[in-house]
Design a protein around this ligand. Structure first.
Ligand code: T1G
Length: 694
């Protein structure tokens, strides 16, 4: 087998070239190749300097994450050994970086003596997002390269930096234009001809001196970075490993960090985060849509409806620097919508969340217009009007009248039948759902709802555009509530049932919070209880406790009282004895005997019925993959990412156990709707995972 790492000989300069598409990930073959080839060039007296460069679109994207679950990590040499070759004291090594240098990629580059990069290169240690500390020495070399404060920021924050910052910090030595191989050789020749001395970061503690004298430099930056990250547990482990660079000899720090990485990569949390990483990549593969499908050109976007959702969607575009037209049928509604947007940006700026200039720039990207005829020049029109089928249909008839041929007509409906909406137009193949989640300017999920005849290029175009504005586009099928809201329904019904039968809001929310999510009742107060109440009045449905709260004027945060009470100007829910009384009275009125609920039962009731619905969704083909469902919950409902989403969690708990507990709940409630759906039982009985279902 040919190695993905080869040597190119250029006189007295050897180029060690990695060619492992698509991102030159460091799999076992690459790791072995790097060691073999480096051993050879270091031993060969013909070479006076070495260049490390990569073929294809990027430098090294990091360790090959797919190998982490293989026995012995896929085999091959480890990172400490590899980096030792680059960090040698025999010959200077230049890393010529284009594209990204991430994780183990940046770690190898830091083991080299010189680093040069193209203008568009980025550098980062994203390991925290995968649930482990960097294993290839970043915790020891990065602080030596750029100082401890910035290293803490990069390693705990996990976000990459660009070349200007990297140059300023001294992470790279120079920039180059053109091909990495040629540039690397030219740089290496310069070093040779100048007889430039070379040294390794391991031998240079100069940038650690300040923090060794004043520990607060380190601890303060850790406190600030840990506060900002959602990956707290991993962040603390990273902080500990970073501290070793101040307290112990280099090699000891390196060895300890490697051991720490090996342990952490096998944790449940890391498995879950890696699952999410691949889930986010697999949504690019849409059934029936070839990867090279030509996308439609989207030069202008219009959002119809300036209410909360329409405004939030418009802000999502403006936040990504894309101009957008906000259209209303009346002047007053438009002005109200624009004023809300302006207020939102101004208060973010006032809180220090963005600069005033930035806020004004975003505000100026949103132009308002009155009248649906203004959709005429838009390439993409997103309808975000009131959630009633007749209103949506009326609006689509109008949009269809004015929109130009080839324009994409999207609806932001959260429950309704996209096919029925498409059917009122003369171009159902151009109609698609783009379901944003509230608050639309914050939540990353966009359910891309595929109608019966939605054209493949429409799906490809809106998915790419959603990604462009920072959203996570998950293609789903038509079904009441699609994926996210459909799975929410069993949770809502279980919550109502538990309240009526014996639990109080703070207990239910406490269990959810402990799991890592906002409590469903605090969330109800935030969203407003009156919306559901009004629509139940129209449909004749009842939800006894919600209805009783609303009849008492408790609509949630907006009235200062809902499931909880709120101090004026505060969003902190405070348990309220009046609510407990109202709940107990409602139970009594309905002759329901109240009983105690254990936290475990609450947890199971909140989560297992929705997993069951997720499996039904999978079985019906409304979601293409179980991992798509996980993304819907992580990015649409702030499900704790550390658990990998509901479907991943189900697999880690064991499908057999989930099925058993659902049977138990169904028997307890005498409620067949809680029985495990056939696919769940089938997979559980066969000991198979969701991926086996196609
Ligand atoms: N391992 C395996 N596969 C990877 C990969 C990786 N590190 N990175 C990307 N891929 C696959 C990805 O699944 C997709 O496959 C294809 O490459 C293109 O990716 C020792 C232990 C590099 C910025 O966390 O951030 O080093 O779907 O669609 O938008 O301390 O991928 O086509 O089959 O995302 O151009 C640290 C993860 C590892 C970087 C490219 N590194 N990757 O983005 O393409 S841990 C990371 C990315 C580590 C050390 C530790 C991005 C990218 P498929 P893509 P892209």
């Amino acid at each position: 087998m040919t190695s993905p790492v080869t040597i190119q000989s250029h006189g007295d300069v050897a180029v060690v070239l990695v060619d492992n598409p698509p991102v030159n990930a460091l799999n076992a073959a690459v790791r072995l190749g790097l060691c073999d080839q480096m051993a050879q060039v270091l031993a060969d007296p013909a070479y006076k300097a070495v260049v490390l460069a990569c073929a294809g679109r990027t430098f090294i994207g990091g360790a090959d994450i797919r190998e982490f679950d293989l026995p012995n990590g896929g085999g091959g040499p480890g990172f400490v050994e590899i980096n030792g070759f680059f960090e040698n004291r025999i010959k200077p090594v230049v890393a010529a970086i284009h594209g990204v240098a991430l994780g183990g990629g940046l770690e190898i580059a830091m083991a080299c003596h010189f680093r040069i990069a193209t203008r568009d290169a980025t550098f980062g240690q994203p390991e925290v997002k995968l649930g482990f500390v960097p294993g290839g020495g970043a915790t020891q070399r990065l602080p030596r390269a750029i100082g401890i404060t910035k290293a803490v920021e990069m390693i705990i924050g996990g976000e990459p930096i660009g070349v200007n910052e990297a140059l300023g910090l001294g992470l790279i030595d120079d920039l180059f234009e053109g091909e990495p191989i040629a540039a690397g050789i030219a740089y290496a020749r310069k070093i040779i001809s100048e007889g430039r001395p070379f040294s390794a970061l391991r031998d240079d503690d100069s940038k650690l001196a300040a923090a060794r004298d004043n520990r607060a430099l380190f601890t303060d930056s850790v406190a600030a970075a840990v506060k900002r990250t959602p990956y707290k547990e991993t962040a603390l482990a990273c902080a500990e490993a970073l501290g070793w660079c101040l307290d112990m000899p280099f090699d000891e720090g390196i060895d300890r960090a490697w051991d720490c990485f090996l342990t952490m990569k096998d944790s449940e949390q890391s498995k879950a985060l890696r699952h999410v990483f691949f889930a986010e990549r697999s949504i690019n593969k849409i059934a029936g849509v070839a990867r090279d499908t030509k996308r439609r050109e989207i030069k202008s976007v219009a959002v119809v409806g300036a209410g909360t959702m329409g405004g939030g969607i418009a802000m999502s575009f403006a936040n990504a620097g894309v101009s957008v037209k906000l259209i209303e049928v009346g002047k007053e509604a438009l002005e109200r919508g624009l004023a809300t947007i302006r207020k939102n940006y101004e208060s973010t700026a006032a809180r220090g969340g963005m600069s005033k200039v930035d806020a004004n720039k975003r505000i100026s990207l949103i132009q308002g217009d009155v009248g649906l005829e203004h959709v005429a020049d838009a390439d993409l029109i997103i309808e975000a009007v009131f959630e009633t089928m007749q209103i949506k249909k009326d609006v689509f008839v109008e949009i269809d009248k004015y929109a130009k041929p080839g324009a994409i007509l999207a609806t932001n409906t959260s429950f309704l039948d996209v096919n029925a909406i498409a059917a009122v137009t003369r171009r159902p193949e151009d109609v698609v759902g783009m379901h944003f989640f509230s608050p639309a300017n914050i939540m990353k999920l966009c359910e891309i709802v595929r109608g019966k005849v939605t054209a493949p290029d429409v799906l490809a175009t809106v998915s790419a555009l959603a990604r462009h504005i920072g959203k996570v586009p998950v293609v789903v099928g038509v079904s009441f509530g699609f994926v996210g809201n459909r799975m929410l329904l069993p949770r809502i019904s279980q919550t109502g049932k538990m309240l009526l039968e014996g639990a109080f809001p703070q207990q239910i929310d406490g269990v959810a919070r402990k799991f890592g999510m906002m409590g469903p009742l605090a969330m109800g107060d935030l969203a407003g209880l009156d919306i559901g109440w009004r629509s139940r009045k129209d449909s004749g449905e009842v939800s006894p406790i919600d209805d009783a709260l609303c009849e008492a004027g408790r609509f949630g945060q907006k009235t200062g009282a809902g499931y909880y009470r709120y101090e004026p100007g505060s969003r902190t829910p405070i348990p309220d004895p009046d609510v407990e009384k109202l709940i107990v009275d409602t139970s009594r009125k309905l002759n329901v005997t109240r009983r105690a609920f254990s936290d475990e039962e609450i947890h199971e009731r909140l989560i297992y019925p929705m997993i069951n619905e997720g499996v039904r969704i999978l079985e019906e083909g409304i979601a293409e993959r179980a991992s798509d469902i996980d993304l819907v919950w992580i990015h649409g409902f702030a499900w704790p990412i550390q658990t990998g989403g509901p479907m991943h969690l189900a697999e880690r708990v064991g499908l057999t156990r989930v099925a058993e507990r659902l049977e138990h709940l169904a028997a307890l409630d005498n409620d067949n709707s809680l029985r495990p759906v056939p696919l769940l039982k089938r997979l559980a009985d066969a000991g198979k995972a969701f991926v086996s279902f196609k």
